[in-house]
Every structure is written in C-alpha cells, then in structure tokens.
Design a protein around this ligand. Structure first.
Ligand code: MOS
Length: 724
C-alpha cells in the first residue's frame, strides 16, 4: 500500500511554518502592500466626549500641497448601507452601531470626525493639525463607579427568552441565607486594551465601481467581506479581503470598525488606493477594549466546604450607541457542583466607544471573581483551596443537566499540583518568607466554552506529490498554518515540508474568523476530513494500478495521468452538541514574592495545565499557553486604562503609560496538558486553547498575593498603591 511515514511524534512539535518569513521581515502585513498612486489618510478625532460639532474649519488645511480632500459629515458621499434612519432618535439609542462621518453627533472622545487625504503621510498629518473643530459640549458620563445605579438589563435580553443573560435561578433561592458559612465580596476589573504589536491598518482599493479589495488587519476575512459588502451594497463575491499576516489582535480584530469603512469610503471618493494606519493613541479609542466590570459574588458552604449557594451579579460597561454583552457571570453556573445558583447581568452605558471581546472575554473577568471568592471561602473554612475545588468538582453540567463530552480537570489539578509542589504550601497567610520577601502560593481553575462552526477546506495534491491546503481561516498569532500542516501531514502520511497551508484570503473556502478559540476545533476538523477524503481517493486510484505497494502519491497521479487531485470538504457539529456539554478546562498554580518594604510583587513561577482534548502541535500550543499566562499576569498586576473623567479621555495612551509585562516580569512558565482526545467534540478530538490560557490566571495571582500578604485585593490591577 501507500508508503507511510511516522509523523505522530515529531509532527507533534512542528516549527512554525511561517516563522522564517516573520522573523526575517518578509511577511507582508496589511499596511505594507505597495501601490503606485497610494493616498495616505489621517483621521481627525473628537476631543470631547459628548455633544456635537458646530463647525469644521478646514480652509487652511486645504491649501497644503498634496492635500486631496478633507472628508467629514459635511461632505461625505455617505455609506450606502448605513441607511437614513436617525441615529439614534434620542441620544441613547441601542442596537445601532456607530456610523462614521454620518452626522455631527459626538458619542465619545477619540471618535473619528474627519479625515485628511493626501499624497504623503506627512502632508496628511500636517494638514490634519490645521483643521479647527468647534463643538457644542454636553456633560458626559464616563465614570463607571459613579454611575452604578444606572445599570440596566439589556432590552434585547428581556425580549429573548433564550438569552443566557436573563436572570438565572437554580434550586433554592434562600440557600445563601441558610448557609452555615458565607462570604460576599465585590470584584472590579478596569478597562483594558488589547494593544497588539501591529496597529490596525487598512489599504482599500476599488478595482471597479462595484469591486473592492482590502488589505485589512482583522480576525475574520469572511465576516469582513460580508460586512463591507453590506456597507457598500455590492455583491459579497465582489469584495476581496486579504489578511494573511496579523501581528496579534486578542479580539480587537473581530469586528469591522469605523476606520475600515472610512478608508473604503475615501478610496471610493478618490478612486485611488487609500491607506490608513491607526497610531498607538488611536488604538485606545478605535478598536474596543475589555469592558470595565463590577461583580458581586456571594457564596455559601457547609463546614466541610461543600458549596450550598453561589450568587453572582455582574455589571459590564457598554457605550451609549451600542450594546456589548459578554459571559461574565456564566461560568458560575457550571463550574462547581452547587445546587443553588443565581446570576444577574447588567449593562452600564457610558460616553465612551463600545467595548469588544478581549482574550477569554467574559470568562477572564468572571472567573477572576468566582475563583477569588472560592479562595476566600476556603481560607475562612481552613480548607486547602485545591481540596475545596476537588470537593465541589462538577461531574456533569448542572446548568444544562448534561454529561460532559470530556473533562480532565481532575487530571489537571493533579498534574499541576505535583509539578508545582503545592503540598509545600502552608495554609496561613504571611507564613512563608525568604530573603525579606513574603512568599505566596495561589491557584485557580479555568474553563472556556467549546465553539465549533461549519468550516470548509480544499486540499489539492499536485503531480509531484506536494499538497496545498486552503481555507479562509486566519492566524492572529497562534500558528494556524503550522497546526493545519500538522493535521494534513498526519492524515496523508507525508512530510510536513511537502504541504503548504493557505489562509487569510476571503476567496478561499468558507471558514469562521479566528475567535472564540474555534479555529482548531472547526477548521482543524475540516482539514482532517478533507485530507481523509483525498487519501481515500488516492487509495482507490492506487489500488487500481499494478505494483501499488511501493507507489508514492506522485506515482499514482502519474500513472493515472492526473496533473492534480483536489477535494473540498465541509465539517460541522452534529446532534452531539445537544447531548453533551463541551468545555475546555484547566488550572494555574502561581508563586509570588512580595517585598515587605515596597509592596513590589513578582511572579516567580507559574505552572499552567489544561485539558483541551488532543494537542495538535505541542510547540505552538505551548506558546499559546505561555502567551495566555503572560496576558493574565498583565491583567493581574499592570493593565489598566486610566481615564481623566474631566475630559472623558484616556491618559494611558501609549506603552509608556499603559503597562504590560516585559520580559523581566515573566518567570519560568511550565505548561502541561492532559492531551486526551475528546472524541465527541470533533474528528480530531481537539478543543480550544487560546482563550482558556488566560482565564483564571489573574485569580491565581491574586490568591497568591493574599497568601503572601494577608491582603485581599479585589480590584485589578494589584499594584503597589493597593498593597502598602
Ligand atoms: Mo478572541 S477575544 O475571540 O480573539
């Protein structure tokens, strides 16, 4: 039969297939495509948070050489898909998204209000500095804490009986009152911004009056294609979105933002390619953020530490013109074996831009609260926090009353505790010290829902036996091409260097955007089934030729005079999704050292463990886990977008003021996986990893800080001011 090579071991740790082009700078990112005739666009943004524009004086700017146009609501030809409905009839209209250059209304500071188009970037920048905007200013509300009483339940949620964000009650509503032991605490997550290395950028090119090509930083070429087709009222197939290389995103690229539409509009007006790159400061007001949240968790238990009640109420930030809902309170319904659970979720509209999903959206915030609260209760009961979690281990999903498809969380706890040396922890706070530093051990669990969407993959074997695999999926950094190459190599039994994976192009077979940790579960499954189909065809062709025992794939194609062989397959979930509850699970163990004198907190060690089903490629998976932990350390100790509420404007508007971990902040991180296929999830047995990697990390750090210092810091980030 066809010659097979053993790819199971080495292929489980492929180097990044695009590593070389990335580190040598030959990978082309959105802003780097070159066009003769390119126009440079610079946005002018609102300096007030609420009100309206009374005048835009661009006379002087228009005289600058090279300036081609200055676009605003005064002269915009309009975006056809925006329609003419008043937006909004009153200033707090919900469910409509922001329409760029539409009218004079100002909803947030940093809102794009005009755009200078010029021959060079310098000309555009200089001209933009000369445009004078006058406003009628209204009083804005940007302070979350001061507006808590205005939190409301989303009208859309109220209308939709099936919304997970409806108020939820399971079991006895008086269970908390009846509990022998209880705690109640409020946890605060500040606004955090994704801030990937590569800023958002677009080059828009109209190939014809109804034919558009964009080179755009985003996380989903197919959804961007659909959104732009809708906005400009042209057929979907006439829009081509290219996003082959993305320098990080963490969720900021899931939506099509106003600046993207603005660039496309400008290109249409001038009938020339237009390039727009957001500067770092605009990255704080243009592409979403993790919403500010305040969560109250009450928890009751009996003297053995068995949970008797969980009450979790969350309020999340949204904008005045749009609703953003996320999973903040949902994990509390499924994480533990607790019969009596209630949750509430509310929104609070502020005069700021709309938040969006940021790595582990909802769960990273919610599990911070839940996992800190559980730690607080365990400490009061003098029960080891890990023991507490094992005592309340949920053997099925109590929310949906379904069995898990697979749950290796117990194995995670065991593997992690062993590697970390959890047994060396003494229960009392401030009980472990070394060299003038307080030592703290903390841990937390993590979970993340399973997302699998219908996906297609095309596999083409060329005459020489090399293979091209294609899907309109994305790589925002995890190494999608590498994992897909690994899957194809294993199924086809050929060397990975004979395979090329193509992505980031909307003309390729349908695939979801890279979000919700859905890429491997969805597209990985499609690549798997497409390669199996190709292999079946090749096997049949091979069986029909003499001497097939030693024939290679190339020999088979040659014998049958086939220049190439191609299959396209789709893969999607079946009824199992309604019969089983599917999640990724994990846990983190953290050691912190806190200075007795200065309160300086250093994370010294992290052991992170996950059960995400089968690990497709160890090397890139490990990088994902490490990246998630780094993000979690940033969330715990540093990240905070600080606003000056007098102006409704962020004062953290660069990397000097918005702190993220640097290399010396990051310790040894050990990554462990259960690595057992979840055969119910999909044909490759793999679940999502990218988001769960960050979920729970901040709680583990906070719990370690408590163990070290005896101080519960419930408001992130845990910085020196809060500790001393
Ligand atoms: Mo993830 S926040 O869905 O990029």
């Amino acid at each position: 039969m066809i010659k097979q090579i053993d790819t199971t071991s080495e292929n489980n740790s492929l180097d990044r297939v695009d590593g070389r082009v990335k580190v040598t700078g030959t990978a082309t990112y959105s802003a780097e495509y070159s066009f003769a005739n390119l126009v440079h666009a610079v946005l002018i943004t609102s300096t007030i948070a609420k009100g309206h524009i009374t005048q835009i004086d661009s006379k002087e700017a228009e005289t600058i050489s090279g300036v081609l146009a200055i676009v605003s609501h005064l002269n915009s030809p309009g975006v056809p898909g925006y329609g003419t409905a008043k937006q909004p009839p009153e200033r707090a209209g919900m469910g409509t998204s922001f329409r760029v250059f539409y009218d004079s209304l100002i909803y947030f500071s940093g809102q794009p209000i005009a755009m200078v188009l010029a021959e060079t970037l310098e000309q555009a920048n200089y001209a933009a500095s000369l445009v004078k905007v006058t406003y009628h200013i209204e009083k804005h509300q940007t302070n979350f804490e001061e507006n808590l009483s205005k939190a409301y339940i989303s009208p859309g949620v109220l209308r939709n009986k099936n919304s997970p964000f409806q108020d939820y009650i399971r079991g006895d509503r008086d269970a908390l009152d009846k509990s022998k032991f209880k705690i109640e605490a409020t946890y605060t997550i500040p606004t955090q911004h994704h801030q990937p290395m590569e800023p958002h950028a677009i080059i828009a090119v109209w190939e014809a009056a109804d034919k558009l090509t964009v080179y755009d930083k985003n996380q989903g070429v197919k959804s961007a294609q659909g959104n732009l087709a809708q906005a400009f009222k042209i057929p979907r197939e006439n829009v081509k979105v290219n996003a082959q290389f993305i320098g990080g995103a963490f969720g900021s690229g899931i939506r099509v933002w106003p600046h993207t539409v603005a660039a496309v509009l400008a290109a249409k007006m001038l009938n020339r390619p237009v390039k727009l790159v957001l500067g770092r400061e605009l990255m704080f007001s243009s592409v979403g953020y993790r919403p500010y949240t305040v969560q109250k968790v009450s928890m009751g238990a009996d003297s053995d530490g068995l949970l008797t009640a969980i009450v979790h109420e969350g309020i999340g930030q949204t904008s005045s013109y749009e609703e953003h809902l996320e999973r903040t309170i949902l994990a509390s319904r499924v994480m533990y074996d607790c019969p009596n659970v209630s949750t509430k979720y509310r929104l609070l509209s502020l005069d700021a831009n709309t938040p969006t999903w940021m790595r582990g959206p909802g769960d990273a915030s919610g599990m911070f609260a839940l996992e800190c609260a559980l730690d607080e209760l365990a400490f009061d009961l003098k029960i080891d926090p890990l023991t507490m979690r094992l005592r309340n281990y949920a053997n099925h999903d109590l929310e949906r009353n379904l069995p898990w498809s697979a749950k290796g969380l117990k194995e995670c706890y065991e593997l992690g505790a062993e590697k970390f040396g959890w047994k060396n922890r003494s229960h009392e706070v401030r009980s472990m010290r070394k060299d003038g530093m307080l030592i703290g051990y903390g841990m937390a669990s993590s979970l993340y829902g399973f997302h699998r969407h219908p996906s297609k993959a095309r596999v083409v074997m060329l005459a020489n036996g090399t293979v091209i695999v294609q899907s309109a999926t994305m790589d925002i950094g995890p190494g999608t091409g590498t994992a897909m190459t690994s899957i194809a190599a294993r199924v086809l039994g050929i060397s990975p260097d004979k395979i090329r994976f193509e992505l980031g192009d909307s003309s390729l077979p349908d695939a979801p955007g890279q979000n919700g940790s859905s890429t491997i579960p969805s597209v990985g499954a499609a690549v798997h089934v497409a390669c199996e189909a190709l292999k079946k065809k090749l096997t049949e062709l091979g069986d029909a030729m003499p001497g097939s025992d030693t024939a290679s794939y190339a020999d088979i194609l040659k014998f049958h005079k086939l220049p190439e062989l191609e299959v396209t397959e789709e893969s999607r979930s079946g009824p199992e999704r309604d019969q089983y509850s599917m999640y990724s699970f994990g846990c983190h163990f953290v050691e912190v050292h806190v200075s007795l004198v200065t309160g300086e907190t250093r994370v010294k060690r992290v052991v992170t463990c996950a059960d995400v089903g089968k690990i497709i490629n160890y090397k890139t998976a490990r990088s994902q886990s490490i990246g998630g932990v780094v993000g979690g350390i940033g969330m715990a100790l540093m990240e905070e977008s600080v606003m000056d509420h007098r102006y409704g404007r962020y004062v953290t508007s660069d990397f000097a003021s918005y702190h993220i971990p640097v290399h010396s902040d990051i310790p040894q991180i050990d990554v462990l996986y259960v690595d057992k296929a979840d055969t119910l999830a999909n044909p490759i047995g793999a679940k999502g990893l990218g988001e769960i990697a960050i979920v729970g990390v901040a709680a583990a750090v906070a719990n370690a800080v408590f163990h070290a210092t005896g101080k519960r810091i419930r408001s992130l980030p845990i910085n020196v001011e809060k500790l001393i």
